[in-house]
Write a protein that binds this ligand. Structure first.
Ligand code: FAD
Length: 406
């Protein structure tokens, strides 16, 4: 068993930023990061890739460049956790021991939860911005669209970036309008949820956007099957009495947001809550039963929208509390649930939804959060990617938080 002071699982937005923040504050720490992938993707730009407004190449960086200096990269996947022994097993059979464990493996795209989806995806007009190997195909589907029916889905499970299923629908609608195809096209947005957006204040302005484009909104419709060759999608509609009806629709293009869940090694461990997510305190990010385990990002149970923007605020809190825990002092840093979702509502337009726990809307800048903005499109397309790679992943957000606390 190889022992480390801190073992971080996953070098995505959460794991990388928290490890960087820890090492910035205490360069001598012994931090190992377990990560199987060679490439780090900036996932928030996948929507723009699917809309043909950003290149996939620009979203990818070699992991070796984004990992913080001073961290030891363990190039493997975690297979199993033994929190009662402070150890974990890797897929190659090795065991790691730790004083502090940070769980940040993101979430699993559950393609198999929809009948026929795994076989159908990537062909016959069935696309998804959720996987880097598929996002460019969305743009090919849009360019090949000559009118007809385009369907967009959102599952009933929690997902990363809850606005993303809508964003591509609005980009597609804008594209269709610009190509003079709107009159012979039908665009439909099918959601397994009961509301268009988790924060009620954003529902009316987003409903207006859908209306403007003539995108039909169908709530409580969960995608259950796809037949790519026949270009058919089947949805299960649940009414208010809980009765279900299955409806099959043909399509020319189908953008799927797959059902999502916690990775298997998390779901199968004693660290998971009922939903399968790492069971942490929503303010301190510390595990509710194991005080040397912390979690943040998509894999965590934090009851907020799963975004990189949320991680920007979570990671300084996690880093501060981990250092305090190492020093055996009471935890002081608190996360307020901040998250943000730049809802792309067309080419050159973004409605920036920012909120904290309880669905309280908290705009950072003095601009109306309910208005579509050209400025926020520029922020999303040009400002946030370098901010993510050069500031957030470097753990620099932690400097500010550290100053605020100290
Ligand atoms: P990830 O960044 O997914 O990283 C998890 C890492 O863990 C990966 O590197 C993975 O290889 C690794 N891993 C997985 N399993 C294991 C294992 N067993 N052992 C070790 N390592 C493992 N966010 C925004 O803020 N704004 C947006 O506009 C936005 N739009 C989005 C649009 C799309 C289409 C998508 C897909 C996401 C979007 N997001 C957006 C969400 C954002 O990208 C995620 O919330 C964020 O990347 C989550 O970070 P994470 O570190 O928790 O997980």
């Amino acid at each position: 068993t190889q022992e480390h002071q801190i073992v971080v699982v996953g070098a995505g937005a959460a794991g990388t930023s928290v490890a960087a923040s820890l090492l910035r504050q205490q360069p001598g720490l012994d931090v190992a990061i377990v990560e199987p992938s060679d490439i780090h993707y900036y996932q928030p730009a996948f929507t723009l890739v699917g809309g043909g407004a950003y290149s996939l190449a620009k979203t990818a960086r070699p992991q070796a460049q984004t990992l913080p200096t001073g961290a030891r990269w363990v190039r493997a996947a975690v297979a199993d956790l033994q929190p009662e022994k402070n150890t974990l097993t890797l897929s190659d059979g090795r065991t790691l021991g730790y004083q502090i464990l940070v769980l940040a493996p993101g979430l699993k795209l559950d393609w198999d939860a929809v009948d026929g989806l795994r076989e159908a995806i990537g062909r016959n007009g069935v696309c998804s911005n959720y996987d880097p190997s598929l996002a460019e195909y969305t743009w090919q589907c849009l360019q090949a669209f000559r009118g007809g029916k385009a369907l967009f889905t959102q599952p009933s499970t929690p997902i990363k970036c809850a606005g993303a299923p809508q964003k591509i629908a609005y980009l597609a609608a804008d594209y269709v309008r610009r190509k003079w195809l709107a009159d012979n096209s039908k665009l439909k947005f099918y959601s397994g949820g009961s509301a268009l957006f988790s924060v009620a204040d954003f529902v009316p302005p987003l409903t207006q956007v859908a209306k403007r484009y003539n995108v039909a909104l169908l709530m409580n419709h969960n995608l259950i099957a796809v037949n790519g060759a026949r270009r058919e999608a089947t949805f299960r509609f649940t009414n208010s009495a809980g009765e279900t009806t299955d409806v099959t629709e043909t399509f020319d293009m189908l953008h799927v947001t797959p059902p999502q869940c916690a990775p298997d090694f998390i779901r199968n461990s004693s660290l998971a809550n009922e939903g399968g997510w790492v069971d942490v305190d929503q303010h301190t990010l510390q595990h509710v039963r194991h005080d040397n385990v912390f979690s943040l990002g998509d894999a965590s149970s934090l009851p907020t929208s799963k975004t990189a923007a949320a991680i920007r605020k979570q990671s300084p809190v996690a880093a501060a509390n981990i250092l305090t825990r190492l020093a055996d002092k009471p935890l002081e840093a608190h996360y307020d649930g901040y998250t943000s979702c730049p809802v792309v509502t067309g080419y050159g337009k973004v409605m920036l939804a920012e909120f904290i726990y309880g669905g309280k809307v908290t705009p950072t800048l003095p601009l109306s959060p309910f208005k579509e903005s050209r400025f926020y499109w520029q922020v999303k397309k040009r400002g946030l990617p370098p901010f993510y790679f050069d500031y957030m992943l470097k753990g620099k957000e932690g400097d500010l938080a550290h100053k605020a606390i100290g």
